[in-house]
Design a protein around this ligand. Sequence first.
Ligand code: C2E
Ligand code: CA
Ligand code: CA
Length: 536
Amino acid sequence: MNATMYLSQKPEATAADILSYEQILDVLPHPILLVRFDGVIIYANQASQAMLEAVVGKDVYQLFPSFSPRIVTDADHSTHLIVSKDGRSFEATPEFVSDGIILLDLRRLLNGPVGTASRDRDELTGLMNRQALLSRMSRTLGQGGACRPIAVHCLDLDRFKMVNDTLGHVVGDLLLKKVAGRLQSACGGGDAIARIGGDEFVILQHDVTDEATAAKLASRIVDIVGRTYVIHSHTINIGVSVGVAIETEASQACNLLRNGELALSEAKTDRGRYCIFQPGMDTCLIQRREIEVDLRRAVALKQFKLNYQPFVDVLTNEVAGFEALLRWEHPAKGFIPPLTFIPVAEETGLITKIGDWVMRTACEEAVSWPGEVIVAVNVSPLQFRAHTLLQTVASALERSGLPAHRLEIEITEGALLDDTEKVVQTLNALRDLGVKISMDDFGTGYSSLSYLQKFPFDKIKIDRSFVAVDSEDSAAILKSIATLGNSLGMAITAEGVETTEQLARVRSERCTHVQGYLTGRPMGANQIPSFFTQLG
Ligand code: C2E
Ligand code: CA
Ligand code: CA
């Protein structure tokens, strides 16, 4: 055969212009079938005709009744599982899927499922692996809707990484095996247990009569997995978070797993507990994604601005400074509060870029304020982790010409939670520049007090929850923090002061500054000159 025979005259010819797919498939040595999604075989190439006669037009389900294949397609046409009746399965990654036609290698059908016991199993624990779990789920869910709801429990071990890092992989592996054993003892015989990743497990619970049945298993898991382990004479305590999704109707395995994982991320915010999926979690996640996308553009599109809220010296009644508060005016959604978008900015790492902008802008705007008035800037713990904070602050001061002693940095306990030594180094370097450092939201964290010993803060800001509530407890807390601050020579700001009664209380406890709606609401930079004139 002369190759030039096939040269096409068409300028952008493709193989399909010259050869039909039948011709292409016929020259292949592999036996190939084309099957429509309804199961009808619409084409068999020559290699397959040598193995099986006259299959075109027949139903693939009837032709291979021994394992009665069924084709499951994801919404995005990504995964195609051929599931067999005897419960074993294999993944027929089709070489070719188009317009509802799937290309199958006939040998797979003739030889039966290629999935063997070892391919379905996790080597370490002997539990099912992800693939086996997915096919089990597809089967259960696909059978015209489970007559009884099934529940998916997504598990993630808390502190497993720490065990692995400190005690080594051998202990880590043994721990995973023990966890697997405990899960088996916690579950019923009909439930399927899988390990789908390092320390991630999934349990498929059958015969769930109501939510309470699922909740009961989830809480048993939290309890049993959370009990102490002894491995190689080490006493180990870990926990587990569980996300549960319950399904009553036929649904796709991937959706159910996704819901379970959503519930898991909710459970993980508090660790060592279970959480059942609620439809709202879905929208929450979608909203977060939208915010993330928009946030990426917000700096460039100049959608951010800063508001400034005054803090007042209690003794002199003079404005000592302003705290810069970030504002995002979204073109379509309007004002989005910082407590909504800052966590997203932190999760995505965008906070460093945004934080740089805040620092630069606050210094530039504050330089024109009268006298020694201070600007206080909030700095996220993540900005400390990025290790560029010192550079950001130094260059903001230099570019704006603001003297360092007029800048105050507010940090929360979160900044001191990890790698404390490195953070303290950065704080000292900032202090050397002449910048003041205050501890924000004092009293809301776990160990605020212990951090006061680690670094000599210039100021403590008492969280507004202690100011707002007029109870014996909060009065006592206010008093003790103020006494402590005074004895350490730190300034103390009471936040969220809204009423004259609160102001009187704060004053009597010897706080040095107040900040709140009573003494001034956050305002735009352009309102500051007239604010001073009014005070006049
Ligand atoms: P924060 O640092 O504790 O800031 C004080 C918050 O309390 C501000 O809310 C302020 O408007 C509000 N507030 C002030 N006085 C009163 C009062 O009398 N009553 C009540 N109910 N609230 C009062 P905002 O602006 O919504 O900021 C919330 C949080 O967002 C801030 O809490 C801070 O953690 C964070 N944030 C704001 N701007 C930035 C920023 O530029 N960078 C970073 N990393 N975080 C920021
Ligand atoms: Ca603050
Ligand atoms: Ca605060």
